[in-house]
Design a protein around this ligand. Structure first.
Ligand code: ADP
Ligand code: ADP
Length: 230
């Protein structure tokens, strides 16, 4: 079952900085996909097009067969279903308490106050941070902030979850926290995309690897297929 379908996607920053060129790829429900490639290869730009923060200059992104236009309705539909955990939790976190922070996403989904509270409680419990609900995110440790930034996305219950370089700068304890969260998300049948420079992690975790270079996907396959030739 195809969840996300990208067809001939090109993206430019300004008028001439071509960040993605004619990218086509389709992603199935429940797939575990690692996205690799050097800095500037286009990984982040690809992700931002997958959840409608950026919209294609050319080509299309479809979610469950629905082509996402630039209409507010389509973009909201996409954002509700595709969540991104950004690399830098400090840029993602803005509220003065953890509870408030995690409630922003569900509030934007126009749920009732009770439903929002329920979503936040579930997300905090999912990430084992219920005891931090009244604390100021700003003063939490790096690993705790990472948990809050993941809870932000969990509270939206997106079908697709994207992690932008989650393994960078995580100590061993937080790396194992991340792997536990990934296991839970996998068991729930969610589709997961992770960009990483950690080749061991990609090899071990992913079912499929997309290799970006110069704004294009230059390889797409199982880890053994991707790594046997280099
Ligand atoms: P990463 O590779 O970790 O995803 P980058 O280093 O590519 O991140 O980019 C970090 C931030 O800087 C992003 O918000 C990106 O959009 C922005 N950025 C990257 N390259 C440029 C550029 N040439 N001009 C302006 N902003 C840029
Ligand atoms: P990656 O995530 O693989 O590091 P990016 O998608 O961040 O790659 O960047 C792809 C290209 O787009 C790079 O040449 C980068 O410098 C450029 N770029 C990224 N963000 C911006 C931005 N905000 N403004 C201008 N150029 C950008």
């Amino acid at each position: 079952e195809t969840i996300l379908e990208v067809s001939h996607l090109s993206y430019l920053y300004g008028n001439d900085q071509e960040a993605l060129q004619d990218v086509s790829v389709s992603m199935e429900k429940g797939e575990k996909i690692a996205v690799i490639g050097s800095n500037g290869a286009g990984k982040s730009t690809f992700f931002l097009n997958l959840n409608g923060v950026l919209t294609p200059h050319e080509g299309t992104v479809s979610y469950r067969g629905r082509v996402i236009t630039k209409s507010k309705k389509d973009l909201n539909y996409l954002r509700k279903n595709v969540g991104i955990v950004f690399q830098d939790a400090d840029n993602q976190i803005i509220a003065s308490t953890v509870f408030q922070e995690v409630s922003f996403g569900p509030m934007n989904l126009k749920l009732t106050k009770e439903e929002v509270t329920e979503r936040v409680k579930e997300a905090l419990s999912y990430m084992n941070i219920t005891r931090m609900r009244d604390r100021a995110p700003h003063y939490l440790s790096g690993g705790e902030k990472k948990r809050v930034s993941i809870a932000d996305i969990i509270a939206m219950k997106p079908e697709v979850i994207i992690f932008d370089e989650p393994t960078a700068s995580l100590d061993p304890m937080n790396a194992s926290m991340l792997e536990e969260v990934l296991k839970k998300l996998e068991q729930e049948g969610r589709t997961i995309l992770i960009s990483t420079h950690d080749i061991d992690f990609a090899y071990r975790w992913a079912e499929r690897i997309l290799v970006f270079e110069g704004g294009r996907i230059i390889a797409d396959g199982k880890p053994v297929e991707i790594f046997q030739n280099d």
